[in-house]
Structure formats: C-alpha cells, structure tokens
Ligand binder design. Structure first.
Ligand SMILES: NC(=O)N[C@@H](CC(=O)O)C(=O)O
Ligand SMILES: [Zn+2]
Length: 429
C-alpha cells in the first residue's frame, strides 16, 4: 500500500522542519520526504494549504470501558480520537473494574486490538481500586504493557503510598501521572472558589486544593527521581510550582487542557453542566498564567482530559451532575484559535505540545515524521472557519461547552500505520 501526501506544509517539531514537502508512505512506514515525489501511489492526498504533522498524542483520555459503556467505549472513543486528529491515546484507569491488575489491562488491550482505529495505551492505577492506599501490582501490569500509572479522577491522598508508587515507577521506568486534589481541602465544591461562586451561591473549590498536591508531588519526585507528570493544571500558582520544580532539577512535566486556556469561571454563570469539570474553570489570571506557561515552555503538553458523560447524567442540577467534558474533537481548533491565532504559540510550538513532547514523556518512538518511522500522520486545515457542532461528534457523548463556538482549524485526515482512519469528506457524507 502506497499513500502519497502532496504539497503540504510539513511541521515536524523534533527536527524543526517547517517546509512544503511531499511525503510517501509505503506499507505503514514513511518512505520518503522530498520536495517533489513523482512515484506512483495507490492513493494521493492533496495537502496544499494544509499542515502535515506527526500524529497527535493525547496523554489524558477516559474511554469508560469496562463499566461505563453508556458514556463511551474503546471503539467510539477511538473514532472520536481519529476525528480529532489523535493517532495515539492513553486511557485512564478510572473504569469499573479499575485498570489495576493484569486481567483488566489484558481486557483493554484486546478490546483495543479488535475495535480501536487508533493506538490505545492503557494507564494502570497506582493503588488498588483507586482507593489511594494499597499499591496495585504495578510490576505485573508493566510487563504486559501499561504506559504510565495514575489514580486519575482521584489523588493518592496517602503521601507514603504515593512515594512508594513513585519508587516503583522509577525502577520500572514509567511515568506517574498525577491528578492533584487534596480531599481534606475540597469541602464538596463544584466550581472555582471566587466572586462568581459567591454570586451563584455555589460551593467553591479553592486553588489550594490543587496547588498543595502539585507541591507535594514535586517534593516527592525530587526525592525519588521518578518521572512525574502533572495532569490538567488549572491554576496560576500551579504553573509557577511546575516552573520552580523544573528549576530545581525535579523530573517533572505538566499538561493543560484546552478548556482551561479558553474559558473562565464567568462562563459557569449559566449553570450549564457542560461548564463543570475537574479541575474547575478558574479566573482570568489563571488563564493568562497558563498561556504564559505554554509560551515559555513550562507547560510541555496539551491533553484533552476527554471525559464523556451521558446526557441524562449531565441533565442533573449543576451541583449533582458529574465533572467532565469531552475534548478529543475540539482540541485542535481551540489550540489554533486561542493560541496560534492570538499569537501565544507558533504552529510549531503548538504541534510540539501535541506530538513530540507527549512521546518523550511516554518514551515511545512516535510524534516525529522521519524516513523509516511508523506513518502516524495528521493533516489539518488551519484556516477554515466554522462553528463547532456536537451533533457531528463521533464520541458517544456530547457534553461539550463549545457547541456553536466559532473556531478556526479542522482535522482533514488522520493516518495510523500508513492507513487513513479518518477522512473528513468521506466520513461525514
Ligand atoms: N476531569 C473530570 O472532570 N472528570 C474525569 C476525571 C478526571 O480526569 O479527573 C472523569 O473521569 O470524568
Ligand atoms: Zn483528573
């Protein structure tokens, strides 16, 4: 099988390449990257005016299988990923049962093999049942192929358990993804604590809830040397703590989600439950700090925290609805609209945070277009303007705060192992 991508703007952060090129893919691998390729091919994609980038990698996705298939399945989540331009996604273990032992890892891997159209890398839990105390059998899960450990959705409240988990992760050379929330400070909050929560009469979530654990885990990684990755940073001080951690040589990286650089707690005023997620939408100062952190390289990765919930669950009152929003199909347009168009990031810097940086954290040979490498590639129209429409989402769930939002940028093709798994025109007929 030969696939020829013609005349696209190839943006490859790992080599700094940003030029118009042709790319030939043969049998799942990149065979040539040249100014002009005249070889015959089974299929030709005209990528004129489009960006051709390494396949996007999402470190933070909730696929909900096993246990919550009414929200999403590995199959539908992978279709949503493909439509969003992601060729590799890491799935969080807060399923039922949790991904906390060999059997559940096996199950996820075999479902992914049968049903997923993108690469799915399971994340194992740190503690059994995500209960934050007794460690899961991390060693046996690593042997059969988890890419990281995390209790995401929860924090390992017990600092000693977290430290022991980090020591094991360090020995096994896998990263620890930390969802940062001190439950003793939480007090049942449902949105950011501040003027807006007061006005609405809603219980607030202090920034301290998040910041205390970010600080704790940086301290713990400084001691253990484990590779720590801070999930979904939403606060200004959280960005400063990450910057400080890096400055003292801690082995730490961090991610932010598109909603945290696009929206603020003012958007919660409507009490739309699609504005409810964890961590919550914060203040304008936090949004500015996140954008500064993205720009100066403190924040390594943009991840979606794709958290599908059924419409009946999101129809509950704001206080009772579950935390979380879908994100796979809106990440690239929000990144282009809010960060590139507004001058915060160059296209190269944006793509870096979706490709080579997450690949480095996972220590996998992806996120880089090079001759001989696996052909995972995303093709993006960066300028087209349109309104996001949740009805078109491939995800089973539609819980997005971005319905009807005017954006620029759209994924045209997603290619995994040299095969087109998403073709906008063909797949939306
Ligand atoms: N982010 C969320 O609001 N929800 C996530 C859990 C998580 O990522 O913390 C979920 O699983 O629904
Ligand atoms: Zn989380």
């Amino acid at each position: 099988m030969k696939l020829l991508i013609k005349s696209g703007r190839v943006i490859n952060p790992s080599t700094g390449l940003d030029e118009i090129k042709d790319i030939l893919l043969i049998d799942g691998l990149v065979a040539k990257i040249e100014d002009e390729i005249l070889d015959e091919a089974d299929k030709i994609i005209d990528a004129m005016d489009f960006w051709v980038t390494p396949g996007l990698i999402d470190l933070h996705v909730h696929l909900r299988e096993p246990g919550f298939e009414h929200k999403e399945t590995i199959e539908t989540g992978s279709r949503s990923a493909a439509k969003g331009g992601f060729t590799t996604i890491c799935c969080m273990p807060n399923t039922n049962p949790a991904i906390d032992c060999k059997d559940v890892v096996d199950f996820v891997k075999s479902r992914a093999r049968e049903k997923a159209i993108v690469n799915v890398l399971p994340i194992g839990s740190i503690t059994k049942g995500l209960k934050g105390e007794e460690l899961a059998n991390i060693d046996e899960m690593v042997k059969i192929g988890i890419c990281a450990i995390s209790d995401d959705g929860r924090t390992v409240q017990n600092s000693d358990s977290m430290r022991q988990g980090m020591k094991i992760a360090k020995d096994l050379n896998i990263p620890v993804f930390s969802h940062c929330e001190d439950e003793t400070l939480l007090c049942g909050g449902v949105m950011n604590s501040g003027a807006v929560s007061k006005e609405l009469g809603m219980d607030g979530i202090l920034s301290e809830v998040e910041n205390v654990i970010i600080a704790r885990d940086i301290v713990l990684t400084k001691g253990t040397g484990a590779k720590l990755h801070i999930c979904h940073i939403s606060t200004s001080l959280g960005v400063d703590l990450l910057r400080f951690g890096k400055s003292i040589g801690a082995n730490v990286t961090g991610e932010v989600c598109p909603h945290h650089f696009t929206l603020t707690d003012k958007d919660v005023s409507s009490l739309d439950t699609n504005m409810k997620m964890n961590p919550p939408l914060r203040g304008q100062d936090d949004v500015e700090a996140i954008k500064m952190g993205l720009k100066d390289g403190t924040i390594d990765v943009i991840a979606t925290d794709h958290a599908p919930h059924h419409k009946d669950e999101k129809s509950l009152s704001f206080s009772n609805a579950p935390f979380g929003i879908v994100g796979l199909e809106t990440a690239i347009p929000l990144g282009i609209t809010e960060l590139v168009k507004e001058g915060w990031l160059t296209p190269m810097e944006l793509i870096e945070k979706f490709t080579i940086n997450p690949a480095k954290i996972l220590d996998i040979d992806k996120g880089d277009i090079g001759v001989g490498k696996i052909a995972d590639i995303t093709i993006i129209n960066p300028s087209v303007e349109y309104k996001i429409d949740v009805k078109g989402f491939a995800s089973k769930s539609k819980n997005s705060p971005f319905h009807n939002r005017l954006v620029n940028g759209r994924v045209e093709y997603t290619i995994v192992n040299g095969e087109v798994v998403y073709d906008r025109i063909k797949d939306n007929k």
